[in-house]
Design a protein around this ligand. Structure first.
Ligand code: PLP
Length: 378
């Protein structure tokens, strides 16, 4: 089976696996325990925190290890809502880009009920910066702005640096969901955002690991009942998992010199798709991750003949935008925000690769095979 679904989950990298196994042997104790074994585990965790801080250009003291990006998103949105309340601000809202991951959108609705402003994107899926000034023109000052670094469906990079400059000038905290960016593009500047979230399993780390960087402003814990992580996240620390997450990110960091070449490969793949299959690339014209292609392949007949199913039969694991065949059609909110029609969104196919494993050439070959078999061009 060729695996093209790294944006959903990347396979555990051999290095992360080795680090995880080694840590189980070396650090059997609870990192909060006062005995030497506990302190040894604690030191290893702090070293990993320093390494991660270096990768993000952040302060180690501002980093909290979490169970993933979903926990980090929930924590930071709860924190922003509670901070605004403490500061006596009357019902401040939160601004989030319309294409954020559901863990951000739903946490925003929970903590800021009825007070979530969704910032629109253009047809390429890039945040419209004018939405910020439009929001501010009404005199509204949000408790925070949430903008992702790279979108998980389209791979489109977002103008988070420009949003950071805007937010700085106005003293508004910026939360950046860097889940799909870290490990794929240089991450140093991200540490300048007020809050940054990331996940281990998108880049070869274990599932159930992630981080939240909370700069200098402090963080109210979402999970209470222990003083771990400087009182910012209760619960026994996942030493082996966090070490493996950082090892995976370091390993990816060693590949970043290949980004240009990878972009070239992705472009050649896309040119082939356009020429041979008549496919359209969603998000084209925007800067995108080298590892992600969201395409609109030609129709295969009725919508139950889904590309993702054909690809699966042809030995390719990919991902689709919507569940057309189920009858309960749920169109991707990302494609909806980009103005893609429901019919087209139902056909969208996401392929996402990793540093290792099958690349765009293999994907192109299999797509052509399917077209030959099921009719159409190719
Ligand atoms: N944010 C983005 C952009 C994602 O793509 C994902 C997962 O797909 C998440 C957040 C949630 O990450 P986790 O699985 O670590 O909770």
């Amino acid at each position: 089976m060729l695996y093209f679904d790294h944006n959903a989950k990347a396979p555990l990298s051999p290095r992360a696996r080795a680090v995880w196994l080694d840590a189980q042997e070396r650090y059997p104790a609870n990192a909060a325990s006062l005995h030497r074994l506990g302190q040894r585990a604690d030191r290893a965790l702090e070293e990993a925190r320093e390494t991660l801080a270096g990768l993000l250009g952040a302060r180690a003291a501002g980093l909290v290890f979490t169970s993933g990006a979903t926990e980090a998103a929930n924590t930071v949105l709860a924190h922003l809502a509670q901070s605004a309340r403490t500061a006596g601000e009357a019902h401040p809202g939160i601004w989030v880009s319309a294409i954020e991951h559901p863990c951000v959108l739903e946490a925003a609705e929970r903590w800021f009920p009825g007070r979530v402003r969704r910032l629109g994107v253009d047809a390429r899926g890039v945040l419209e910066l004018g939405e910020l000034s439009a929001g501010a023109a009404g005199g509204e000052r949000p408790a925070g702005v949430v903008v992702m670094a790279a979108n998980n469906e389209t791979g489109v990079l977002q103008p988070w640096r420009a949003v950071l400059a805007w937010a700085r000038d106005r003293g508004v905290p910026l939360v950046c969901d860097a889940t799909q960016w870290v490990g794929r593009l240089p991450a140093e500047g991200l540490g300048e955002c007020d809050f940054v979230l990331g996940s281990g399993h998108k880049c070869g780390g274990p599932v159930g690991t992630g981080f939240l960087h909370c700069g200098t402003g402090g963080l109210r814990p979402l999970l209470v009942g222990g003083a771990q992580e400087e009182g910012r996240r209760a619960g026994t620390q996942n030493v082996a998992g966090s070490l493996a997450l950082v090892a995976a990110l370091e390993e990816c960091g060693g590949r970043l010199g290949e980004v240009e070449a990878r972009l070239g490969r992705r472009e050649r793949f896309e040119a082939g798709l356009r020429a041979d299959l008549g496919a359209r690339i969603l998000g084209e014209g925007a800067e995108r991750l080298w590892n992600t292609v969201l395409l609109l392949p030609p129709e295969l007949g009725d919508c139950r003949q889904r590309w993702v199913v054909r690809l699966d039969a042809a030995g390719v694991a990919a991902s689709s935008g919507s569940a057309c065949a189920s009858g309960r059609e749920e169109v991707s909110h990302v494609l909806e925000a980009m103005g893609v029609s429901r019919g087209e969104a139902g056909r969208a196919l996401r392929l996402s690769v990793g540093w290792e494993g099958p690349d765009w050439e293999e994907a192109g070959g299999r797509l052509r095979e399917i077209l030959r078999k099921w009719g159409g061009r190719g």
